[in-house]
Design a protein around this ligand. Structure first.
Ligand code: LLP
Length: 492
């Protein structure tokens, strides 16, 4: 979809709502969408055993609440499904020191896609040999950091990068292990995939043009580098395994070409991430077991056809581990009923614009990708009739929408808490300070206790970066920071 640069058309009445008919129970928590620990107790949503009113009172809103058992459980599900293969958590989905430690303790690998993600993981004590570094424009400094730390894999993405890496690898005196990222000509989208003859995007070496083979041969002949295997990543939020299977078919074909050209048998095949999750109850993601079974089957068949040994597999799930277990809590402020015109029988249609205390600065995905989310009234249930609502943020922008169309009880009011589901991936990690809103805290909830794993940003943090304001005391507490904060790591 291509949005008009000025945003949605302002004057027009909205098209019929995509919210469908109201569900029978507006407060229901569909288990596909909500964290594993989510329950209603006396009407109130509890996460990790803690009531949301308590979470909001102690930590303030907006607040990312991460269900620790859900996050680690999903990581474990992938590790079990891919036993004998390597599961790299794609840390761009959400990374902080605590997450790096959980991933390390739980035996997974980690995919970093910038020098700073790598530096953060290393600072948290993540074992370097289990880290792979991605990126289409790795700087010499980033490559030096990776080589000095002795990380497990550098996923090489361009001929320029090979030129940059070789002298750094030579100086290290070790053969640096790399993968070649191949662009296999499969462009995957949520429910379909399109095979294209050539790819017009920035990542990887094209298989179709022969660049991927050229790069592989070049790396094999380069004594300072060790070609450990090949990599392919076809997209994100994919529900259908057919795209992965087609990619596996092509990249194993490339292994065959490399073998023919050089006699080298490559030992590793990383098929990337992109496994979809349920944002809405109708979304139907493929369980990790099924993904693993199908990928193993297709890779084994392709290798048998080419008379190649089956390589060690690796995958890089980010969203599928981090996404479903986190909920964003917001406090409702203004509610504005907006008339949409006639509802057909002459009755005016009304949409309630429900404004919350965050918005596109803590979840850009609705505005950026037209992503769909669902949310519930979290501090109580209500028998009031359903009202068509749009949940919006407090930014100075009409595209600042969190949930485009949904039904909420018509008695929602200022001070109520809303919980938006499945915000664990690419929300906090893509957060900004637009309009100088502050990045929310992230708390891990488990067994009735909570730990602040990333504290809320303060206005003092922001002032500290400002040449004029660095020494000016910030108002305390900050304007939009109503609740007291616990120190990072403190358990309540
Ligand atoms: N591996 C590679 C090489 C990737 O580029 C990505 C995501 C992943 C793994 C992890 O994909 P996942 O399993 O999380 O889908 N900001 C977008 C998503 C961008 C994904 C970029 N690469 C969003 O909010 O949907």
């Amino acid at each position: 979809m291509r949005a008009h640069p000025a945003g949605p058309l302002h004057g027009a009445f909205a098209p019929p709502p995509s919210a469908g008919t109201p569900p029978a129970d507006l407060g229901a928590l569909d288990e596909r969408v909500w964290p594993r620990s989510a329950r209603r107790v006396d009407g109130e949503l509890h996460l990790g055993g803690t009531p949301v009113t308590e979470l909001a009172r102690v930590h303030g809103t907006p607040l990312f609440v991460l269900d620790e058992d859900d996050f680690r459980g999903r990581a474990a599900d992938f590790a079990t499904a891919f036993t004998g293969a390597d599961v790299h958590y794609a840390s761009k989905a959400f990374l902080c020191g605590q997450v790096a430690r959980w991933i390390a303790e739980d035996g997974l690998h980690l995919d970093a896609c910038s020098g700073n993600e790598l530096a953060l993981a290393l600072a948290a004590g993540f074992p370097a040999e289990r880290i792979a570094l991605h990126g289409n424009n790795k700087s010499p400094v980033e490559l030096q950091l990776a080589v000095d730390a002795g990380i497990g894999r550098i996923v090489v993405d361009s001929f320029d990068e090979i030129d940059r890496l070789v002298p750094i690898a030579e100086a290290s005196g070790r053969a640096v292990p790399v993968l070649i990222r191949a662009t296999v000509g499969i462009e995957a989208h949520t429910h379909e995939f399109i095979a294209t003859a050539h790819e017009d995007q920035k990542f990887g070496f094209s298989l179709a043009t022969g660049d991927a083979l050229t790069a592989a041969v070049r790396v094999i002949r380069e004594p300072a580098l060790h070609l450990a295997g090949l990599h392919s990543h076809i997209g994100s939020q994919i529900f259908d395994t057919a795209g992965f299977e087609a990619a596996a078919h092509r990249v194993v074909g490339l292994m065959g070409q490399v073998h023919q050209a050089t006699g080298e048998v490559l030992g590793e095949l990383n098929l990337g991430g992109g496994f979809g999750i349920a944002y809405l109850p109708d979304d139907d993601p493929v369980p990790p077991d099924d993904v693993a079974r199908r990928l193993r089957t297709v890779v084994a068949a392709e290798c048998a056809a080419l008379d190649l040994p089956v390589p060690r597999l690796a995958v890089e799930p980010g969203r599928a581990i981090a996404g479903p277990g986190t909920v964003t809590l917001y406090e409702i402020g203004t509610i504005k009923p907006v008339r949409l015109g006639s509802g057909g029988q002459g009755a005016p249609q009304v949409r309630n614009y429900v404004s919350v205390d965050g918005g596109m600065s803590d979840n850009i995905r609705t505005a950026l990708y037209d992503a769909s989310y669902t949310c519930v009234l979290a501090n109580r249930t209500s028998d009031a009739p359903p009202a068509l609502c749009r949940v919006v943020g407090k930014h100075c922008e009409s595209g600042d929408v969190l949930v485009r169309d949904l039904w909420l009880p018509s008695d929602v009011r200022a001070g109520d808490l809303l919980a938006v589901a499945a915000t664990g991936a690419y929300c906090w990690s893509m957060a900004s300070n637009y309009n100088y809103l502050l990045k929310p805290a992230v708390v891990a909830a488990r067994d009735g206790g909570t730990t602040v794993i990333v504290r809320r940003q303060t206005l003092a943090d922001v002032f500290a970066l400002d040449a004029v304001l660095a020494d000016v005391p910030a108002p305390s507490p900050a304007i939009d920071q109503p609740a007291p904060e616990l120190p990072v790591g403190a358990r309540s």
